[in-house]
Design a protein around this ligand. Structure first.
Ligand code: GCB
Length: 613
């Protein structure tokens, strides 16, 4: 988006335009009791566990000056004597739904960016199990207190975290208090400026998870890179009591017992012939992992995704990604989306458009989205919130990026729908940026070497009629994502059919963003951007398709964006009113004219898609 400054880096222009497996045993280790854990890990597949939901109505205090930090709100103190008093109380105040962002729940919180304290009491009956408090996501910083004692903190609004509370719970009533702060930070990810709503709060599920003393903490099962008949993977135990892990895939008559090494890791590999997962055949297998008293089951699809020259290959066959971008928002409620129904609605609309691919920009969405995409046969791009300007020279920010990447990859690496891990969106090349992102690319591959690495780049050189990707990051990417807004932030200059894209990299290119704004129902000139009309947006899409169909090495597209979404930087009265209007669908879900242009092209492409069978 960027309203000021250059959209693309244009050099020599006189005409136009503005513009091998690595295991994180160290970081995954069990946190010693009493130690404050800054970046706690989270077990994979929380839904496959013995869990008790702590969702529901939580008591809350709006603390705009963040005063409760010094005044001890986590103590939940109550006056007992004649002369003492406290100037806060959860009782009798407001309540907020968990999960749910706080901004959309009360009118006075619409633009709120500061602290809200949350409280919830629950009963627990002592058992021999180990117990964990698991949070699907809290935006942005969470300080977590159990019965007046700090368990730890977590930074990052879109990934899960947990604290072990074994031995810390009362037999009977327990009180959980969270300080949640969604202030934007210069050293945050994202940083201060971005183009979506900063929904704060406990935005995803909260669960109390019970496990045996030794439990299955994490696992990764997949086809060996480039094969369709060779499954490999590992299972990581937490605890010391068990010496073997059993893995079974009953539908393939596969049952294996694997010894656990000194680090709690059981690696395996086997010749097997699963039916490959693809959009036309989204086959999932029940896979179960057992060790001692713990069993976890999952539904896993097997496919491989590779690149060869300019091609992207799914199970060895060339594919074209018919995509769309979609924020995690429920536009009808003007709120952060968080339910299964929200996820289904978004993916159904993408299917209706003719998509086999959805780019999830610019942060990891709810796990529901990924499970549904597995089931529905939709390929996904997942990204961490490195959006435009962040502090690339700040070592703390680098640590945060690695942590967010690790949290996303560990949560989702068993989801076959995810084919691309994206490092970042529209960053400006510099020595500091290159060092940071090159290292992040290596780190991501060390977490998962089976997927493709990409990034959405927007530094382009436009010379006469040639379009050249001018970003040094290309060298570490498997797939090059390009965001270009020709017809909107940048003028065409050359007729769309005459623009020649260059690709000296011998790598596939995806047009990861393009589009234009239009207010649904607003009609006007197809030639004037400032008409904000459906006709202008439609014309941009027609022109884009003329150009895109001419790019021989283009392997996918994802227009910006499926649905209008809320953004505080979009302040044109009547036309925007706090909404980014680049949706193919309006905030009420109505189709704009441009929708039909995309849909017709996708229908045409689908007819020739050999992967749909
Ligand atoms: C972009 C950004 C996206 C914005 C979009 C816009 O390049 O990646 O986050 O919302 O443009 O609408 O300007």
């Amino acid at each position: 988006m960027k309203i000021t400054g250059c959209r693309f880096i244009i050099a020599y222009v006189n005409i136009l335009l503005l513009p091998s497996l690595f295991f994180c045993e160290k970081t995954f280790g069990q946190t010693p009791v009493n130690q404050v854990d800054i970046h706690p890990w989270a077990m994979t597949n929380v839904d496959g566990r013995n869990k008790t939901s702590l969702n529901g109505k939580w008591e809350a205090i709006i603390d705009s000056y963040d005063a409760g930090k010094n005044r001890g709100y986590w103590k939940d103190a109550h006056a007992t004597g004649k002369s003492d008093f406290y100037e806060y109380d959860f009782k009798g105040g407001i309540t907020l739904n968990v999960p749910g962002d706080f901004n959309s729940q009360l009118p006075e919180l619409k633009y709120y960016e500061s602290t809200v304290w949350y409280k919830r009491s629950f009963n627990y009956s002592k058992s021999n199990n180990r117990v964990f408090l698991h949070f699907g996501a809290v935006n942005y910083i969470a300080d977590v207190y159990l019965n007046g004692i700090k368990l730890g903190s977590h930074e990052g609004g879109f990934t899960p975290f947990q604290f072990e509370v074994t031995g810390k719970l009362n037999n009977g009533q327990n009180t959980l208090i969270l300080r949640v702060n969604n202030q934007r930070r210069a050293d945050g990810l994202p940083s201060l400026d971005y183009d979506w709503w900063n929904y704060g709060g406990i935005t995803r599920d909260v669960n109390l998870v019970e496990t045996p003393a030794t439990f299955i903490e994490d696992y990764f099962v997949h086809l060996a890179k480039g094969t369709t008949d060779h499954i490999e993977g590992w299972v990581k135990l937490n605890g010391e009591n068990e010496k073997t892990v059993q893995i079974s895939i009953p539908a393939l008559k596969f049952h294996l017992s694997v010894p656990v090494n000194g680090d709690g890791l059981a690696r395996f590999s086997a010749k097997l012939h699963p039916e490959p997962w693809s959009p036309g055949h989204p086959k999932l297998y029940d896979v179960s992992f057992n060790s001692g008293a713990d069993t976890v089951t999952d539904k896993i699809g097997f496919r491989n995704i590779t690149v060869k020259g300019n091609e992207i290959l799914l199970n060895g066959r060339s594919i074209f990604l018919r995509g769309v971008n979609a924020h995690e928002e429920a536009p009808l409620r003007a709120a952060r989306a968080y339910t299964q129904e929200d996820a289904l609605e978004m993916l159904n609309r993408a299917k209706e458009l003719g998509c086999n691919f959805v780019r999830l920009p610019h942060y990891p969405q709810n796990e529901y989205v990924l499970h549904l995409a597995d089931k529905m046969g939709i390929m996904l791009w997942e990204e961490i919130p490195i959006w435009q300007t962040i502090q690339f020279n700040n070592p703390d920010v680098k640590t945060k990026a690695e942590t967010f990447m690790k949290e996303m990859v560990s949560r989702d690496r068993n989801r076959c729908s995810v084919i691309i891990w994206s490092l970042s969106n529209e960053t400006t090349p510099s020595a500091g940026r290159d060092k940071f992102l090159v290292s992040l690319a290596g780190y991501t591959r060390s977490l998962d070497s089976t997927r493709l690495i990409s990034s959405a780049l927007n530094h382009l050189k436009y010379e006469q009629n040639k379009m050249i990707i001018a970003d040094t990051l290309v060298k570490v990417l498997d797939v090059i994502g390009v965001n270009e807004y020709l017809g909107w932030y940048g003028q065409w200059g050359t007729p769309p059919g005459k623009i020649v894209w260059e690709n000296p990299f011998n790598k596939p290119i995806i047009m990861s963003e393009f589009g234009a704004e239009a207010l649904y129902g607003n009609h006007g000139s197809k030639d004037t951007a400032s008409s904000w009309s459906e006709e202008y947006q439609e014309q941009v899409y027609k022109d884009q398709l003329t150009m895109l169909k001419n790019i021989p090495f283009l392997r996918g597209v994802s227009p910006w964006v499926l649905t209008d979404f809320r953004s505080p930087v979009r302040n044109l009265p009547r036309l925007q009113d706090g909404w980014n209007r680049k949706g193919l669908l309006s905030d009420k879900g109505y189709k704009k004219r441009a929708w039909y242009i995309m849909q017709a092209w996708y229908n045409e492409l689908e007819k020739n898609d050999t992967n749909k069978k």
